[in-house]
Design a protein around this ligand. Structure first.
Ligand SMILES: [Zn+2]
Length: 87
């Protein structure tokens, strides 16, 4: 799968672990993240959603309902692999 990493215009902190998030990798390698897009914190594995000026926690159910199914499945698999590595 092709990806592209974007520096974020606004630094954001993960609301779960507090780590600074200043970049994000896009699955479509074209579009920078925008408010409403889903992501995963690479430090703690929590599911997140971009807001206008930060990140907010979200759930796998919300992601599966409101996100492209293929993208949601990739993000959830990434999250599961990340959590297995850190536990
Ligand atoms: Zn985190």
């Amino acid at each position: 799968m092709r990806t592209r990493t974007f520096l974020l215009a606004v630094d954001r902190c993960c609301p779960s672990c507090g780590r600074l998030r200043d970049a994000a990798t896009s699955l479509d390698h074209v579009n920078a993240p925008k408010p409403g897009d889903f992501t995963v914190c690479v430090d703690c594995g929590v599911l997140l959603r971009f807001t206008d000026d930060g990140l907010e926690p979200t759930t796998s159910e919300a992601m599966l309902e409101q996100c492209d199914r293929g993208v949601a499945e990739v993000l959830l698999k990434f999250r599961d692999n990340l959590l297995q590595r850190t536990n």
